[in-house]
Write a protein that binds this ligand. Structure first.
Ligand SMILES: NC(=O)c1ccc[n+]([C@@H]2O[C@H](COP(=O)([O-])OP(=O)(O)OC[C@H]3O[C@@H](n4cnc5c(N)ncnc54)[C@H](OP(=O)(O)O)[C@@H]3O)[C@@H](O)[C@H]2O)c1
Length: 253
């Protein structure tokens, strides 16, 4: 497989927002991956994905609730049947949630819920797909998404260093803390998976107009998705374990 071109990619949380944007982006790339595995909680209700499936033979829609162990197990089996001995090249942990919570309003339940979806799930999903990522990693030597990669969709707001410069808490206590923990997961995975040749990064998609990003966000999906896809196509060994934004700039941890 040529550098930067991914044969099989799986993305979580694809029925709307950035996940749906990434699916559309991969499908309109030339060449497009042989398999774009778009996962979401409720495929029957994912109208845009179902519409896209009619036009793109390389798109498969699979059910995945990232906080449900059985759902993860099942999607790994379904993916294995689709990718075979060539394995899975690129896992994009995109699904995430946010909830407004200040120091005054935040509850232990908010913290648990957001941590489960934005941090624990990324670890469990990545762990479950490791055998398929390792299969793909065996088939090349140069690191990149053409070989094997885990992309954790994080947020600039998780940067400890930027936070210390600007000292602004904003009303997202659980989200920020969970995304900072997700960044540590990227570092841990990068350390453990370097010998397998599986590239791991945290990626900030930018502040984008989606249900989560809201209407005040400066970026449209049409602007950031091509940027994200270019960054993914160009990540190599030098980027292993890095925190990059949608333009490819490194963000301090
Ligand atoms: N938008 C921004 O400005 C921005 C900035 C920085 C980082 N991010 C990150 O980018 C990622 C995507 O954000 P977005 O803006 O596209 O958000 P969004 O529009 O709210 O979409 C979130 C997606 O995640 C899915 N999801 C949530 N919980 C899930 C679960 N348990 N299992 C499977 N899927 C689940 C949702 O599915 P349902 O429809 O079933 O709920 C939906 O498809 C997130 O990780 C977010 O933190 C976004």
């Amino acid at each position: 497989m040529a550098l930067g071109i991914c044969r099989a990619v799986l993305i979580t949380g694809c029925n709307r927002g950035i996940g749906l944007g990434l699916v559309k982006g991969f499908l309109s790339r030339s060449p497009s991956p042989d398999l774009v595995l778009a996962t979401c909680r409720n495929p029957d209700q994912a109208q845009e994905l179902q519409h896209l499936k009619k036009q793109h033979q390389n798109l498969r829609i699979l059910q995945l609730d990232v906080v449900c162990e059985n759902s993860i197990k099942k999607v790994v089996q379904e993916t294995e049947a689709l990718v075979g001995e060539q394995g899975l090249n690129c896992l994009i942990n995109n699904a995430g949630i946010n909830r407004l919570a200040t120091l005054d309003s935040v509850t232990a339940q908010d913290m648990r819920t957001i941590y489960e979806t934005n941090t624990v799930a990324q670890l469990m999903v990545s762990k479950a797909f490791l055998p398929l990522l390792r299969k793909a990693a065996c088939q090349d030597v140069v690191m990149g998404i053409h070989r094997a990669a885990i992309i954790n969709v994080s947020s600039r707001s998780a940067s400890m260093q930027l936070f210390c410069q600007y000292n602004k808490t904003e009303e997202v206590y659980p989200y920020r803390i969970a995304k900072t923990a997700l960044n540590m997961l990227t570092c841990c995975l990068a350390a453990d998976l370097v010998s397998d040749g599986i590239l791991c990064i945290s990626l900030d998609p930018g502040w984008v107009k989606t249900d989560m990003g809201g209407s005040k966000a400066p970026l449209q999906l049409q602007e950031c998705i091509p940027g994200i896809l270019d960054v993914l196509a160009n990540v190599r060994e030098k980027d292993h374990g890095a925190f990059l934004d949608w333009t490819g700039e490194e963000i301090p941890w």
